[in-house]
Design a protein around this ligand. Structure first.
Ligand code: AP5
Length: 212
């Protein structure tokens, strides 16, 4: 199974991708996580991406396409994968097509900008393992501490309200056109992102079963 999760920043892509990956036994490939890791290790890719990610702008296509080509060529992706945060522009989607990896479905998570702003304000991520929480919706068992590895929970730099506004603007301009791109290809599944995580997972798995 090769899936793409498409949606605005904060729509719940990362949260849903982790649960679906465990259920479907395939890896999640998150360009955001790969870039953040490169940034924290100070690699060349990290340095190239730093100013873009911190200001809420998209990292240039050639950098991200290079990252994704390298990651998808690894053995664990041979059985399938879930792409979280890629593609985000038409040239990225074209590059994925050119790799000859025929994606089975693109899950478009629909959610309003107002709901996103609330989610970003309450998001906390583990400094060590990147597990994601929300102070109200998905709180950790102990405030400020990761349930999985006891790491400290922090806010992402790009979750600052002004950067979120910029990320939403860029989403509407550059990523939203991918909804039509995949609709025309007959690959699009749309689910409501305003519901609980369990409801979203059941909706996605239900549609995938129907289509199989
Ligand atoms: P990336 O890390 O991919 O960020 P994003 O797409 O903006 O998405 P987020 O990670 O912010 O949100 P999400 O949809 O995963 O939501 P989450 O599950 O965390 O990218 C960051 C940056 O990297 C980009 O701005 C760009 O600079 C660069 N980049 C990455 N990929 C790129 C690419 N392909 N091209 C160019 N640049 C790229 O959920 C959000 C919050 O809501 C959490 O607190 C969660 O606990 C909570 N929540 C989730 N689901 C629910 C629910 N159903 N109900 C209630 N709360 C919920």
């Amino acid at each position: 199974m090769k899936l793409i999760l498409l949606g605005a920043p904060g729509a719940g892509k990362g949260t849903l991708a982790e649960i679906l990956a465990a259920r479907l036994n395939i890896p999640t490939v998150s360009t955001g996580n790969i870039i953040r890791e490169a940034l924290s290790k100070g690699t060349e890719t990290g340095l190239k991406a730093k100013a873009f990610i911190e200001s809420g702008k998209l990292v240039p296509d050639d950098v991200v396409i290079g990252i994704i080509k390298e990651r998808l060529s690894q053995p664990d992706c041979m059985r399938g994968f879930i792409l979280d945060g890629f593609p985000r522009t038409i040239p990225q989607a074209d590059a994925l097509d050119e790799l000859g990896l025929n994606v089975d479905f693109v899950v478009n998570i629909e959610i309003s900008d107002e709901a996103i702003i609330g989610r970003m304000a309450g998001r906390r991520v583990c400094k060590e393992c990147s597990a994601t929480y929300h102070i109200k919706n998905i709180p950790p068992k102990m405030e400020g501490i990761c349930d999985h590895c006891s790491g400290s929970l922090i806010s992402r730099k790009d979750d600052d309200p002004n950067t979120v506004k910029e990320r939403l603007k860029i989403y509407h301009e550059q990523t939203e056109p991918l909804i039509d791109y995949y609709y025309i290809k007959g690959r699009l599944i749309t689910v409501d992102g305003n519901v609980s995580i369990d409801e979203s997972i059941n909706a996605i798995l239900g549609v995938l079963e129907e289509k199989e």
